[in-house]
Design a protein around this ligand. Sequence first.
Ligand code: NAP
Length: 188
Amino acid sequence: MSVQYYCAMSLDGFIAESDDTLEWLTGHEGSYHGADAVPMKGTYDAFYDGVGALVSGSATYEFVINEVTDWPYSGKPCWVLTSRDLPMPEGDGVDIRFAQGSVSELYPEMKAAAGDRNLWVVGGGNVASQFADEGLLDEVIATVVPVVLGTGKPLFDRRLPSGPMRLTGTRAFDTGMVEVRYEIDRSG
Ligand SMILES: NC(=O)c1ccc[n+]([C@@H]2O[C@H](COP(=O)([O-])OP(=O)(O)OC[C@H]3O[C@@H](n4cnc5c(N)ncnc54)[C@H](OP(=O)(O)O)[C@@H]3O)[C@@H](O)[C@H]2O)c1
């Protein structure tokens, strides 16, 4: 079981515009025809198959429920960190658990729910930093989109306490996006 921060970011390290819009990502059209190009299609589904539970901040959650008709994570428990009362979508298999406080206190429950699959830290950067601060983040899997936003919501909120990460893989997609995969030394 691994705690994975899996996301897409601009070349300059932002995961969303300041106003939370994602057109730079969802509307991106690019291509890459190098010999090492791999199809991007299907890669999200393959990642998602390995996910046992999810955790996100409330801004990310509100973006999803406002933009998407059906809750996309049915059948998998999803913690939403918030200090507020938020609406919950209806539907079969919706398993949303609103919670607040320290991620290290919530973590044992998330880990148990994930079972032998992974815990997906969906975002945003502040939530990822909370996991990193507590030494609970194992991997950062970022898909780099070749756009420069100049400003926006950062991949992490603050400096990682654990020092440099270890590269465990890269994939150049046929869309021109590149996935970088780094492992964090939890003991660091
Ligand atoms: N590019 C990508 O792959 C990607 C991935 C994820 C997200 N995103 C986007 O990035 C943006 C994320 O925005 P963000 O970083 O500003 O926000 P966020 O992490 O989604 O949400 C932050 C909010 O969550 C609540 N929260 C966080 N930790 C908490 C805790 N321990 N206890 C209680 N409440 C807690 C707080 O709000 P309240 O207490 O007021 O509720 C906080 O202001 C969104 O637009 C999202 O769509 C992009």
